[in-house]
Structures are given as C-alpha cells and as structure tokens.
Write a new protein. Structure first.
Length: 583
C-alpha cells in the first residue's frame, strides 16, 4: 500500500460475506423485533402494532422466573464446565507436553461429535433402565431406579456440562499458551510453591481465556432448548423450550418473538454483570497482589499438597477422567446399538438387526441424501464467501475492520434458538415456504465464520514476499492467486470444507425451525427419539457419529499435512509465474 493512501471503508473481499450476514442474520433479527409488536391470531399473525405481547410478558411473573431460572442454570453449567476445561487445558500444556496435542485433539473431536446424539445418550444413561441405575442396582446400593437422575435440573446441567467442556477448552488453552514461561520460572526461583505460582501468576495471566470460555458457555447453556426437552422434563423446563413451542405447537409467533427478545436482553444484562464482576475481582486481585512480598513461601501444608499432587499425577488422572466423561455418551450409543434388547439395554446378545433395518429404510436414505445435498451446497457457498474475506482480513487494513470481524463472528456468538426463530420470522413475513434451500442458507450463515478463522490462521503463516515477487514480475492478481496463494492454502481449504460438511450434517438447533416438511438426519433422530430410547435410534446415531468423527479426522490430517508442506515450500520459479501459460 502506498504511504499516505487513505484506508478504504471496507475491503472488497470482505464485502460479500458482510452483505450475506447482514441479509441473513441482521435483517431477520430486525424482523423478529417487529414480530414482537404484532398481534397473534389463530396460528396467524395480524400486522397490527401492539404492546400486548410485552404486557403479557411483564404481567405474568412465571415467564420472568423461567428466564431467571434459565440464566441460573446456564451460569451453573458454565461454572462447572469451565474449571473442568481448565484442568484439561492446563494438563495438556504443562503436564502431558508432547502428548498434550493428542489430548487436545481428542477433546476437540468430542466437541464435533453429534450434539443431538450426545443428549440422547445421556437420556439412555440416566433413565430407569440406563447404565447408572443398572450399576447401582447390580451392586445392591439401591432397590429400585433413582428417578431424580432423569427429567430434572440435575440431568439438564450434567448434559450441558458434557456438551460445554470442549467449547471451553479451546479459549483457555490459547490463553495458557500465551503465558510467559519465564515469569513462571522466576516465581519458582524466588521460592514460591507450584500452588502459589499458579494462583498468583498462571491463573491471572490466563483469565482472558477463562472469561471468554465462561461467557460463551453461559450463552449456549442459557438458551438451549433441546436438552431441557429431552432430559429435563417439566422440572427442567427452560425459556428456550418455551420459545421453541411458541414457534411450533402453540403457533403464537408474536409472543414467541417477544420472549426471544426478552431472553436476548436478559442474556445481555447477565453478560454485563459477569463482565463487571470479573473486572471488579481482577481489580481487587491486583491491589492485594501489591502487598505480597517476593519472599520464600514457607507454609508447609501447600508444599505438601503440591508434592502429593505431583506424586499422584493428579492433573493427568483428572484429565483422563474428564476425557472419559466426554466420550461416555458416544460409547454408550455405539454399544447399545448392537444390543438385541428392544429397549436398548446392555443385556442379551449382540445383533446387527437394527443396522439392517435402518440401512434398508427409505426414510433414512432420503434423510442422508437431503443432509448430504445441504452440506455440499453449504461447503461451496461458505468457501466462496469465506476465502476472499479471510484474504481481506489478512492482507488489508480498512476502516470497518473491527466491525466486519465482529459481524463475521456473530453467528457463532448468538444463541441458536434466536437465529432459528429470527430466520423463521423472516420466511413467514416474506411468504416463503421453508425447505432444504432455507436450511442451506442458515447452515452457510453459521459455518462461514469457521472458514474465515481457519483460512485466516493459515494466511498469517504465509510468506507474502512470494506473491509480491510474482506481482513484480508481471503476474496479474488472479494468476498470482491461482499459481501461488491457492496452492499454499489448498490443504487448509480442504480441511475447512470437511469441517463445514461435518457441522452441516450435524446441525439441528437452527435447522429444526427452517426445515419445513423436509427431513435431515438430525431431524430424523429428533422425531424418533421423542418416542423414547430405541435401538433404531442408537443405530442411526452411531452411523452419524462414525461418519462425523471420520470427516473430522480427515480434516485434522489435512490441516496437519499443510503445516508440513508449508515447511517444505520453496519459492516458485519466477519465470514460470510471469510467463503466460503454454497451450
């Protein structure tokens, strides 16, 4: 860029994805607010402005208690998930060392396993004939199944924690990687114990990652509507379920929109309070740390506890236990899918009957085809939109860059139920019938941020002098991209494509609102699992699980291969870049 040249308002590469998110997310969010001020007829919407929906919401304290309960459950789930995630992330960096990458990969793999399958698995684990009650009865601890395990707040929080831990690990792991090892070494050299060093050095320096993980988990858990419906029952009811019902069986879109707006405002207030609390605690911690002298720590008890923890390798043991906790639901689904018991219990002999029935079902085959078509289209559109945006954010500096970054990340920062009801409201307003095309639109919306993040990370590693040399030798921008940039990012694009395909095949929260009369694999599982635990569902879930994990493994191998290839890349032949192609 020429010195003194004005920065553009927005780079051209970032314009298509910004416009797409504005049309498919920002505009529907505005429509959702508009709906909240309209009247509801009998499964219809009267476009007459009114305050009735908000008046009903304000007058009925039950809704506010439900919103408050949702926030509390979300906060409890986040407060349980984040410390577990911290243990895993800390152990991966400071205890497992080389094997830490394997631990991190296994945790991330569990995150990308089917969301709805994991919830269904906990229903079978905690149920009256599930694993927990069967074990308790077999050892004689209880005479009859414990009913409180399922259909209550306990089941909701436990299931949410299992889902949230992998999401919390990544930001905490990134924050711990940025902690200066010299600072930790200096603390230990001054005589501080491992526990004291962690409390005064490591933990404060990693707090940005902890805060990000806590807020993200809080948002996801508070707005979840699938988990309460499957494992919560009436006692575990949360506001997300009520919003979903208003846009479904109740058919009251305006009131559902008002509830969604109220939930979003409540979430914003909750997030603000958490941020204020975090900054207050950080300020108090800094003031108290000024009074701490850098002298040898002589307390015997913390030293003994630290030595005992090292001797027992407590962090490694806890990390492996948490990893088993993450994989337990998936393991149960696969095991019970081979059980000959019609109730899906781990008893009797083994059989492939359920797999034969599923693979021979026309409904299953149609769902597979629909999911594959949607996922394939989503991959193409997401790459077309995300690649130029990643290039623009990596190579250009423009005025609206912070706004564009926030806009691109907004689909994965908003609750899925809000995106789903907003999309459905927009479709209803425009008089469009939902179907596979609308599913493709929303899948592109929430997967394009992953494409941008993956490609941007790869582009930051490139030696841009190669492209500048090609341009100096007379190559056009398009030719430079095709012969230099594209080969260097091809493996990252392939990895991003596989990741997007897997995410699209698994997505349900938003899909359930905009799928219409069509069926995808997660929707098929949802429709069957609402009838109870079934071996057929176990077989379908196992097939989805194996397929999704296989795709993610392939993506990981491709992303690993591009690192190796990047180290072996040499500068292309300048004459080959500049000269025209020979026919």
């Amino acid at each position: 860029m020429t010195q003194g040249r004005k920065r553009p308002v927005i780079a051209m590469g970032a314009l298509p994805v910004s416009a797409y998110i504005a049309v498919t997310l920002v505009a529907p969010a505005g429509v959702l607010i508009l709906y909240s001020f309209w009247e509801a007829g009998f499964f219809t919407v009267e476009r007459t402005l009114t305050w009735e929906n908000y008046a009903r919401l304000i007058e009925d304290a039950a809704y506010w208690r439900l919103i408050l309960k949702s926030l509390v459950v979300g906060l409890v789930a986040a407060l349980v998930a984040v410390p577990l995630a911290y243990v895993v992330a800390y152990a991966a960096i400071f205890r497992f060392k080389r094997a830490g990458n394997v631990l991190l990969a296994l945790v991330m793999l569990s995150m990308l396993a089917s969301y709805i399958v994991r919830i269904y698995a906990w229903k079978s684990i905690l149920g009256p004939e599930g694993l927990v009650n069967s074990l308790l009865q077999s050892v004689g601890l209880v005479d009859r199944p414990l009913e409180f395990l399922l259909y209550g707040n306990f089941a909701v929080v436990l299931t949410l924690v299992n889902i949230l831990v992998p999401f919390a690990v990544l930001p905490i792991y990134s924050a711990l990687q940025n902690v200066d090892r010299d600072t930790i070494a200096a603390s230990r050299d001054l005589g501080s114990s491992g526990t004291r060093t962690f409390r005064l050095v490591t933990l404060p320096l990693s707090m940005p990652g902890v805060s990000a993980a806590l807020l993200f988990c809080f948002i996801l858990a508070s707005a979840d509507y699938v988990t309460p419906q499957l494992v919560g029952g009436t006692n575990g009811l949360l506001i997300g379920r009520v919003i979903s019902d208003q846009f479904g069986p109740s058919g009251n879109l305006p009131f559902g929109a008002a509830l969604a707006v109220a939930m979003r405002v409540s979430l914003a207030i909750g997030i603000l309070l958490l941020v204020v609390l975090e900054r207050t605690l950080d300020l108090v911690g800094r003031r108290s740390s000024k009074t701490v002298r850098t002298r040898q720590f002589t307390s015997a008890m913390p030293r003994r506890l630290s030595a005992l923890a090292r001797r027992l390798d407590l962090l490694k043991t806890l990390s492996i236990t948490i990893l088993l906790f993450l994989y337990l639901p998936m393991l149960m689904v696969v095991v019970t899918s081979f059980s000959s018991s019609p109730s899906g219990r781990i008893s009797g002999g083994l059989t492939l009957e359920w797999y034969r029935g599923v693979l021979g079902s026309n409904i299953f085959r149609d769902a597979v085809v629909n999911s594959a078509l949607v996922a394939g289209a989503t991959v193409v559109i997401a790459l077309v939109l995300g690649t130029p945006a990643a290039l623009a954010l990596s190579r250009r500096t423009f005025v609206s860059q912070p706004l564009v970054k926030g806009l691109i990340l907004s689909p994965i920062a908003l609750p899925g139920v809000v995106i789903g009801v907003a999309a459905l409201s927009a479709l209803t307003l425009l008089g469009l019938d939902p179907g596979l095309w609308s599913v493709t639109v929303v899948h592109t919306l929430f997967t394009v941020p992953f494409v941008v993040l993956i490609l941007r990370a790869r582009l930051h590693e490139l030696d841009w002098q190669l492209t500048e040399a090609a341009r100096d030798l007379g190559s056009s921008r398009l030719r430079t991209f095709r012969t230099v940039t594209l080969p260097l990012v091809a493996s990252a694009m392939a990895g991003a494509a596989i990741l997007v395909f897997a995410l699209s095949m698994d997505e349900f929260i938003i899909t359930n609102f905009v799928v219409g009369t069509d069926t995808t694999l997660p929707v098929l599982i949802w429709s069957q699992m609402r009838r109870g635990v079934s071996p057929n569902v176990n077989a379908i879930a196992s097939l989805i699980l194996v397929g999704t994990l296989s795709l993610i493994c392939i993506a990981a191998l491709l992303l690993r291969a591009r690192r190796r290839s990047a180290q072996q890349v040499t500068a292309p032949n300048p004459s080959a870049i500049a000269s025209p192609a020979v026919n």
